[in-house]
Ligand binder design. Structure first.
Ligand code: HEC
Length: 484
């Protein structure tokens, strides 16, 4: 009963451990999935913002190229559009139309600055043209731009970053401007040649609208993951609950089973006990009858007497076996280090008469290891296996062969005989209590021997099995744990 309770507790513990493990794995999986989704969403935001910045940048570039293509453009002089002092070396900087309107030359950078000022007011995009070698101080680069410009000169094609400014996030994109033939009209005097990095233009784009979209998507990700996670936990909890109920049901079942087994054992014990003395009397009296009155009865009568004696002996043997079975299931084993050779020698000795009478040869390995086991139990195992071979081997039995194998955790001992084969079905059933081969009903045997072997194997942390094939006889195996 205690064993059943212990098993129940360890089952519950392992169920709980599994549930916790599954729940933790599920949580980690959800977290991981959440992280992946969040990462993907953030990446998408940046991709979108980068795409818009590139579009704006390309549009600026188109304007600038257009203006450069014209060698600058003329615009009417106004308060915002004053003649550019940096262009004073160009003779046609200021012209007057026939109607008297004053026009001044706008260089591409100047024009772009005006355009950029316009759209900074219209949308949240700031543009900036800059260089390490300034024509106009108001185009001076900031720290990030200065670093990027240095890198452009080393060949980097684009600079890109997210910046926190004025309490908002900005995406900054900057690309180098390479001097072409048409730029040199105004920039040659600074020493530039075609192909030099003349400077760079950048746009900085407010990320706020993207952040809003992102926050919305994030909410969906968080909520869906949370719901999914809770759903998973619910399923795990339900499984745990069902498992717990099953374990409780099994406990009840096993308890009642153990109880009935206990009752059966008690019954068997008292029957065998009560049976013993009458059988002994029958045996004794029949012997006496034969001895004293053998002359008064005829041969038939004497044969009856012998039959009765034999039957009484069989009953005695059965009673003994029942007692052995009960005590095997009840008493703990007493293990010691054993020499298998000794055990086999004893069993062989016990069967020597039968072996020689039936001309059966005995084979065993030359080398056998020491094993840790219960001496009497192991003797019983081999006795039973050999008995079995002799009893059921039939006419063909000529060899009994002991085998030994091992793996990492078990000693595997076997007894092979080349007698009559067993059916596959019988191979499975022989170790059950009171099982006897149908065809062997005429052979004396209690059907308890192999059941006892099975008990012994289990007490030694192992198991028993058998194999058989036509023309090959039968092999019985017992595995016993190396560490007991
Ligand atoms: C019509 C004359 C003119 C042409 C053509 C011209 N620029 Fe400029 N550029 C200027 C002047 C003047 C400035 C400085 C004043 C300003 O910012 O308005 C300037 C400023 C710049 C700046 C800003 C940094 C600084 O030095 O202040 C860069 C970068 C620049 N130009 C690149 C180019 C490139 C590249 C080309 C050819 C694709 C080009 N420019 C064509 C006249 C010109």
């Amino acid at each position: 009963m205690v064993m059943i309770w212990n098993k129940h507790h360890s089952d519950l513990r392992s169920l709980r451990r599994t549930a916790v493990l599954v729940a933790v794995s599920w949580t980690l999986l959800c977290l991981l999935s959440g992280l992946v989704y969040v990462g993907m969403e953030k990446g998408r935001t940046m991709d979108l913002a980068h795409k818009e910045a590139t579009t704006i940048f390309n549009k600026d570039k188109a304007f600038r190229l257009w203006a450069t293509g014209h060698g600058g453009v003329y615009a009417p002089v106004s308060e915002e559009t004053q003649p550019n002092p940096a262009l004073s070396h160009i003779p046609e900087r200021d012209i007057v139309t026939e109607q008297g309107t004053r026009l001044t030359l706008l260089n591409p950078a100047y024009m772009m600055r005006q355009i950029m000022d316009q759209y900074e007011k219209l949308y949240d995009v700031k543009g900036h043209i800059t260089s390490l070698n300034l024509t106009n101080e108001c185009n001076a680069p900031d720290e990030w731009e200065r670093r990027a410009l240095v890198k452009f000169e080393k060949g980097m094609p684009e600079a890109f970053e997210v910046e926190e400014r004025e309490g908002r996030s900005w995406l900054r994109l900057m690309r180098p401007m390479i001097a072409t033939e048409s730029c040199l009209k105004c920039h040659a005097d600074q020493g530039y040649k075609v192909g030099d990095v003349r400077g760079a233009v950048g746009v900085s784009l407010s990320l706020e609208p993207y952040k809003k979209l992102e926050a919305k998507a994030m909410r969906v990700i968080y909520i869906s993951h949370l719901l999914f996670w809770l759903l998973g936990l619910l399923v795990i909890a339900l499984f745990f609950d069902r498992g717990k109920r099953r374990i409780a049901e099994r406990l009840l079942f096993e308890e009642s089973l153990a109880e009935s087994f206990e009752k059966i054992k008690l019954f068997a014990y008292s029957v065998s006990h009560d049976l013993k003395s009458p059988v002994v009397s029958i045996h004794g009296l029949t012997k006496l009858l034969e001895k004293r009155y053998g002359d008064l009865i005829d041969e038939k009568g004497r044969r009856y007497c012998r039959e009765i004696t034999r039957s009484a002996e069989q009953i005695t043997k059965l009673v003994e076996q029942i007692n052995v079975y009960i005590s095997t299931t009840e008493h703990p084993i007493d293990v010691e280090e054993l020499d298998l050779k000794d055990i086999l020698a004893q069993v062989r000795q016990e069967h020597s008469q039968a072996l020689s009478k039936r001309a059966v040869s005995w084979h065993e390995p030359d080398q056998l290891p020491l094993v840790t086991a219960d001496r009497l139990a192991l003797l019983r195992v081999f006795r039973n296996f050999v008995d079995n071979a002799l009893k059921y081997g039939g006419e063909d039995l000529a060899n009994i062969k002991i085998g030994y194998e091992e793996d990492a955790s078990f000693h595997i001992l076997s007894v092979h005989d080349d007698g009559a084969a067993l059916s596959a079905d019988a191979c499975q059933k022989v170790f059950e209590l009171f099982s006897r081969e149908a065809h062997s009903q005429h052979v004396s045997g209690s059907g308890l021997g192999l059941a006892i072997v099975k008990e012994i194997a289990e007490l030694h942390g192992g198991k028993v099995w058998s194999s058989s094939a036509a023309d090959e006889g039968v092999t019985f195996y017992i595995a016993i744990a190396k560490k007991l």
